[in-house]
Write a protein that binds this ligand. Structure first.
Ligand SMILES: NC(=O)c1ccc[n+]([C@@H]2O[C@H](COP(=O)([O-])OP(=O)(O)OC[C@H]3O[C@@H](n4cnc5c(N)ncnc54)[C@H](OP(=O)(O)O)[C@@H]3O)[C@@H](O)[C@H]2O)c1
Length: 227
């Protein structure tokens, strides 16, 4: 149960990388986190680490009915989230587009675009009813500039930019959504693209020290922006 001073923050992809680091920083700052990820081991570890005041659930954001059940439970117990960090995503194995199997392309679209929309579909109505809330949709540098061998990922992150700008025009006053490019951080995803070169970028926990206060500072005045 959150107290009056703390925010309820929904974090997708909380088992590893940026989502895990943001969750830990938010909890350290006194906020309540409801996080998800697919890995049961990762979720069990987050629950054990953070105790009963926070809740981590194993689910796939591309599964609309799982997201519906999760949203009902979180909203039923705690009310509407104050902030959604729509962070979960997959990267493609680097390859020219014509060599990317159909199944891989579909999975990336399902998680990176439809997963973002599923979270919005089931959490945002309660935020609208309350009249406040911020939805941060994780984009990328590759949501704004192209590169070879990342077409599936690039496609989805450009989509996140468009989805966010369109949603921004639909939200009532008091709410905001942004597309957010986090920079380059040494996670599994960056290693997928840059190998050991990823180590020259900050670790997630170091990045989260500045990123989380920045994200909590987003408000209605930022609605529709690419940050
Ligand atoms: N790292 C960077 O430099 C960088 C740069 C630009 C943008 N970004 C963006 O920042 C966000 C986080 O990236 P990251 O580097 O932290 O990636 P990461 O290390 O690969 O972590 C991705 C997280 O998403 C979860 N996830 C993946 N598919 C999921 C699904 N279907 N349902 C629920 N959870 C799922 C993963 O957990 P499970 O495996 O347990 O599901 C994991 O917790 C992404 O949106 C990414 O595109 C990152």
């Amino acid at each position: 149960m959150k107290n009056n001073d703390s925010k309820l923050v929904v974090v997708t992809g909380a088992t590893r990388g940026l989502g895990r680091a943001m969750s830990q920083k938010l909890i350290q700052m006194g906020h309540m986190v409801a996080g998800c990820g697919r890995s049961t081991d990762g979720i069990n570890e987050m629950n054990e680490l953070n105790g009963p005041n926070h809740t981590f659930r194993a689910l796939d954001v591309s599964n609309d009915s799982s997201v519906y059940d999760w949203a009902r439970e979180i909203i039923g117990e705690n009310g509407a989230p104050d902030v959604i960090l729509n962070n979960a995503a997959l990267a493609n194995s680097p390859a020219p587009l014509w060599k990317v199997p159909c199944s891989e392309f579909s999975e990336i679209v399902d998680v990176n675009i439809k997963g973002v929309a599923n979270i919005i579909r089931h959490f945002v109505p309660a935020m609208i009813k309350r009249g406040s809330g911020v939805i941060v949709n994780f984009s990328s540098g590759w949501g704004r500039t192209p590169s070879p061998e990342v077409a599936p990922y690039c496609t989805t992150k450009w989509a996140v930019e468009g989805l966010s700008k369109s949603l921004a025009q639909e939200l009532p006053g008091g709410l905001a959504t942004v597309a957010y490019s986090p920079g380059m951080i040494d996670t599994d995803m960056l290693r997928n693209y840059f190998g050991s070169g990823a180590a020259s970028h900050p670790e997630p926990a170091v990045w989260a020290e500045e990123a989380v206060p920045f994200l909590l500072g987003i408000g209605p005045e930022h609605n529709g922006q690419s940050l």
